[in-house]
Design a protein around this ligand. Sequence first.
Ligand SMILES: CC(C)(COP(=O)(O)OP(=O)(O)OC[C@H]1O[C@@H](n2cnc3c(N)ncnc32)[C@H](O)[C@@H]1OP(=O)(O)O)[C@@H](O)C(=O)NCCC(=O)NCCS
Length: 193
Amino acid sequence: MTIVPERQAWRPENIVGRRVVLRRHRADNLGAFLRWYSNPQIAHLTRYQQAPLSTEEVRRFFYSRVMGSDFLAMAIHIRDTERLIGTCAFSQLDGDNGSTLFHITIGEPDAWGQGYGTEAAELMLAHAFTRLALHRVALTVFAFNERAIRSYEKCGFVVEGRAREAIFRDGRFWDEIHMSVLASEWQERNRRL
Ligand SMILES: CC(C)(COP(=O)(O)OP(=O)(O)OC[C@H]1O[C@@H](n2cnc3c(N)ncnc32)[C@H](O)[C@@H]1OP(=O)(O)O)[C@@H](O)C(=O)NCCC(=O)NCCS
């Protein structure tokens, strides 16, 4: 298959960082997805439902979204070893308004808390605001997911609102926090850094 240059720029083969490299997903990453999304800890942090996705749901998600064309999904690899540790994506890419929604899951729990997810998010933001020339990147996160919130703040996301008590987890209700970064904020931050 020939990939036209514009499409290649939109969905690059690789985005290379200091400690991680983002690569286009391959069909054989499905095995890792099946493992990650059957983990109750991942479901706890990322899903409204308590139960992990079923095998069939993971397959459907993988083929229709991750490998599909209206989702810009990239695999997260540790650069030195090539180990596949997670996935990140833009969904709802809206060309008319220059906006998108960001998602990230480091699927390997032993790779949490080492800065890999934060670097991957920074690489995706750079891609969004340079190559894709977007205006706004948004996300949602559960209020109990402190590591994710801290990671997003480190990348420049700011809280713009909350869906109050939208999720019941561990015996109580929690807010779903809405965060975003605008291109102007990202550029200003980059200038300062
Ligand atoms: C959320 C996620 C992408 C963050 O990536 P990461 O590489 O693990 O994050 P980092 O190592 O950069 O840590 C981010 C910050 O959280 C802090 N942190 C680490 N573990 C923490 C914990 N258990 N509780 C609170 N903060 C924590 C870190 O200290 C760091 O802040 P600092 O640099 O000021 O010290 C990753 O952990 C992940 O995918 N988790 C599982 C799925 C998930 O939660 N996805 C997000 C759904 S919205």
